[in-house]
Write a protein that binds this ligand. Structure first.
Ligand code: SF4
Length: 471
């Protein structure tokens, strides 16, 4: 079993999407755009391109740099592309599920890339199978395609709109036909999705970091419930539902998105810094230095240090050359995985009272190992501060989360978790603090907080969801 989560002990983002319509270097840009989105999915990737006549597609298991050689990129022809990076669990990582998925149906060909997870996919799949549909993949994304193909509308945007009226959950979707690129974001706007322009050609991506790398100009975020149609005449937009209300995934700010990306115009690094400041106000502690668990907690640690006036120090170094190792999921191996990934700067740590900031705790495996490593290196006290609230509920919206029994705070008190990880003290940012930072101070319209509160923004079908089967 390969499970990077056992080493990272984090919720894991499951996909990233990218598209360009009408640029002569669209294929090359897709390569760089997907490379910038690699943190959103590392198990498979793909690009579908069209010149307005034919589609060419290449997909593979692995990182963008492994799957796409110059030769393979040269075989992709066209100025319109859609691309995808995908995370999944290893036991579920099949080339057939790699995206974009390409379908031929009575009105033509379309390629479909999806970031998110449908909460009613199993029900729709069962219904369609009873009607005679044969599925080629395990992916929720294929359900959308079947619904589109069954629509009475030949116009693809209308067929997609009809399909969207039946699905529930999280989705940022790009559909590419020979002559149109269509984008849709779910009515809750759970996943980030941005619109830009490069040399006059419209582009779409899960995060703005993909625009920066190709020199595209950010125009705006795609809105919850919005359907955008791009063709040679330009861009048309409209709402496909009247019930749109943003509940953007708060974990995008906490951990998933790249710090240089902006979501809803808010820089991710700055939002993490603010979470660190809030955490400092809620849970100060008498200590000598503040450190962050690299890389994702550095911004929050900076915020915590600034708010408390304590010096910020680099006491943990990440080994950048540890690949995604295939390991057995024993507790011992989990620990060794952490030791391979992180090293302690002994001179910085020795004799110090340390505040260590991490962005989240899922099972508690990584942080307990870090605490032990710091103590072994001579730290006097370790005070763990988490820049998000306790994660007590699984995610059904396209995040590779744990089962509830695996979530440490779901079955242990704060004091028990503190004892388990071996820290001198442990505190989490409150839900109120998270809301205050992101909603009031940063102006996000609405947030999903379900993995903290258990209040899901859509209906869920707990017994029907295979977590991690999505795109
Ligand atoms: S449940 Fe948590 S991880 Fe999932 S979308 Fe909501 S905030 Fe994000």
């Amino acid at each position: 079993m390969h499970d990077q989560r056992l080493v990272d002990d984090k919720f894991t983002e499951e996909c990233g999407v990218f598209g360009i319509f009408g640029h002569p270097q669209a294929v090359e840009m897709a390569y760089y755009g997907l490379h910038a989105l690699q943190h959103r999915g590392q198990e498979s990737c793909g690009i579908a391109a069209t010149d307005g006549q034919e589609f060419t597609v290449h997909k593979g298991l692995g990182l963008v740099t492994d799957v796409f050689t110059t030769d393979r990129l040269n075989k992709l022809q066209g100025d319109r592309i859609v691309g995808h990076v995908r995370h999944t669990t290893a036991w579920d990582n099949k080339i057939t599920d790699a995206q974009p998925l390409v379908f031929k149906y009575r009105a033509g060909t379309f390629a479909l890339a999806h970031n998110g997870n449908l909460v009613n996919a199993s029900q729709i799949r069962r219904y369609l199978e009873r009607q005679g549909s044969i599925f080629q993949t395990e992916s929720d994304t294929e359900v959308i395609a079947h619904l589109m193909a069954r629509s009475a509308y030949d116009q693809i945007d209308l067929a997609l709109k009809e399909a969207l009226s039946m699905i529930k959950g999280a989705y940022a979707i790009i559909v590419l036909t020979e002559n149109q690129m269509i984008a849709a974001l779910d009515p809750n706007g759970l996943r980030p999705f941005v619109l830009g322009k490069v040399d006059g050609a419209y582009c779409l991506a899960s995060e703005t970091c993909a625009f920066d790398v190709i020199g595209a100009e950010y125009i705006r975020d795609v809105q919850p419930g919005e359907l955008i149609v791009i063709d040679q005449d330009g861009l048309q937009t409209g709402q496909f539902t009247r019930t749109a209300h943003q509940t953007l995934c708060s974990f995008e700010f906490i951990y998933f998105a790249r710090p240089d990306s902006n979501i809803n115009g808010i820089n991710v690094h700055q939002s993490r810094k603010l979470l660190g400041e809030k955490l400092a106000k809620e849970h100060p502690v008498d200590a000598d230095v503040v450190m962050g668990v690299p890389d994702s907690s550095i911004s929050a640690a900076m915020g915590y240090a600034q708010a408390t006036g304590l010096p910020y120090e680099v006491g943990l170094i990440k080994n950048r050359y540890v690949g995604r190792t295939f390991i057995k999921p024993s507790q011992r191996i989990r620990y060794e995985g952490v030791r391979m990934k992180l090293s302690v700067v002994r001179k910085v740590v020795e004799g110090k009272r340390i505040v260590i900031i991490d962005d989240s705790i899922v099972r508690g495996t990584t942080i307990s190992r870090i605490v032990r490593m710091l103590k072994d290196a001579g730290a006097k006290e370790i005070h763990v501060r988490i820049s998000s609230p306790p994660v007590a509920h699984p995610c059904y919206y396209g995040i590779d989360s744990s089962d509830r029994e695996e979530l440490i705070v779901a079955h242990k008190t704060l004091a028990e978790v503190c004892e388990y990880i071996g820290a001198d003290s442990l505190e989490f940012l409150s839900v109120e603090g998270l809301r205050e930072a992101l909603l009031q101070e940063h102006g996000v319209n609405g947030l999903c907080l379900a993995c903290f509160t258990g209040q899901y923004p859509t209906e869920i079908y707990p017994n029907e969801n295979g977590v991690g089967k999505n795109g």
